[in-house]
Design a protein around this ligand. Sequence first.
Ligand SMILES: CC[C@@H](C(=O)O)C(=O)SCCNC(=O)CCNC(=O)[C@H](O)C(C)(C)COP(=O)(O)OP(=O)(O)OC[C@H]1O[C@@H](n2cnc3c(N)ncnc32)[C@H](O)[C@@H]1OP(=O)(O)O
Ligand SMILES: [Co+2]
Length: 136
Amino acid sequence: MIGRLNHIAIAVPDLAVAVATYRDQLGAQVGAPQALPEHGVTVVFIDTGNTKVELLEPLGAGSPIAGFLEKNPAGGMHHICFEVPDIAAAVSRLVSGGARVLGDGQPRTGAHGNPVVFLHPKDFSGTLIELEQVRG
Ligand SMILES: CC[C@@H](C(=O)O)C(=O)SCCNC(=O)CCNC(=O)[C@H](O)C(C)(C)COP(=O)(O)OP(=O)(O)OC[C@H]1O[C@@H](n2cnc3c(N)ncnc32)[C@H](O)[C@@H]1OP(=O)(O)O
Ligand SMILES: [Co+2]
């Protein structure tokens, strides 16, 4: 079911600082910030050729990553995103297998314009997993 690793997400307290670190110290090709109020984050993607790094900082009150940053004030690995060809089929298989899909369980549009869902970290070895539908 899961395919390519689409991205590894790192939650950061200050996106501009993290972007400058990746760009200036690691020589990364950094993208432009994308404010995504519907997700409560602002993100910058770094394309490494074989996958992407998603740097994200909280946006607005009630950001879903605020709790994580309270526990990890310097930031840290937040989630990994796998590609799936059919997110509805993936959700159906996971839910029937007892996994918890976060939120209302319905896919939402992610940063790449594709449907995404998140799976509860407690069901996957303490790792927050995002699934993104990428066809073909
Ligand atoms: C940009 C769009 C999109 C994309 O296209 O790429 C994105 O990536 S958006 C990214 C931001 N959105 C989300 O992360 C949505 C899904 N996340 C959530 O709904 C919440 O973060 C959460 C997983 C429910 C956690 O919320 P929190 O407020 O921290 O709740 P709890 O404190 O109750 O946490 C429960 C439990 O889970 C542990 N936890 C929390 N976050 C993580 C994590 N990132 N990785 C692993 N474990 C995590 C937390 O420590 C709690 O554990 P216990 O303390 O042992 O109970
Ligand atoms: Co993500």
